[in-house]
Design a protein. Structure first.
Length: 230
């Protein structure tokens, strides 16, 4: 099932920049990364652990893969038995994910204003999609994550780490495509503090060294948090 109508109010400049940039590189990205978890055994273990926790919680609420890109994480969670759907800011990414995984639902949306009811999700993942959100907008995004999680629901974040550095990917920086993206590299403790500030309980932090030849060459952090309640 596909919803390609990007009829959303993208209030922030970085959201529009992210949308247009990923639209431009979507075909190349999907071709180069059909399943970026395929050879990352530890990453898969973290995602599988998240799925186990969501199942053990019980209930029948779905899981959202926010920043779903080509859809391979959404498909993996589906294979692990979760009722899952994907959300991405790029209409082209949504189209490609829907083509690759026609049995799953993907729709266009922004993590700054998720078109989802309050307390409607058993779990939410945002794997490497948080890196384009400026520091001043993190409370908005984290507040949205908390809003849509049901009591006892789980949040899993993944991002490349750093100490507040910012990197700009300029026009023509990727295979001649017209992109303009800012990337923000953050300390896991800083991100965990932001989650705690809006009432999410951080339960685990895992830092993995970068893969050989990977870009950017930065450690990868996973943070697992939970909305209190049952």
């Amino acid at each position: 099932m596909t919803d390609l109508d990007p009829g959303l109010d993208f209030d922030f400049d970085f959201v529009e920049a992210t949308r247009t940039s990923y639209d431009a590189i979507a075909d190349e990205y999907a071709r180069d990364f059909p399943d970026a978890l395929a050879h990352r055994h530890l990453d898969r273990a973290v995602v599988s652990g998240f799925a186990d926790l969501v199942r053990a919680r019980g209930g029948n609420e779905p899981v959202a893969d926010v920043g779903s890109g080509p859809g391979y994480v959404t498909a993996r969670l589906d294979a692990l038995g979760l009722p899952v759907f994907g959300v991405d800011v790029s209409p082209r990414m949504v189209a490609l994910a829907s083509r690759a995984h026609p049995h799953l639902r993907f729709h266009v949306g922004s993590m700054t204003g998720l078109d989802l009811p309050d307390r409607s999700l058993a779990g939410l993942l945002a794997l490497y999609s948080l890196i384009h959100v400026p520091d001043e907008q993190l409370p908005t995004v984290f507040g949205e994550f908390r809003r849509v999680l049901a009591p006892g629901g789980y949040l899993l974040l993944a991002f490349q780490t750093g100490h507040g550095e910012e990197q700009h990917l300029a026009l023509g920086a990727r295979a001649g495509q017209r992109i303009s993206l800012d990337c923000f590299w953050r300390d896991p403790e800083v991100v965990a503090g932001g989650l705690g500030a809006i009432g999410l309980e951080v339960q685990a932090s895992v830092v993995l060294e970068p893969d050989e030849g990977a870009e950017p060459q930065r450690p990868r952090a996973f943070l697992l948090a939970r909305r209190p309640g049952s």
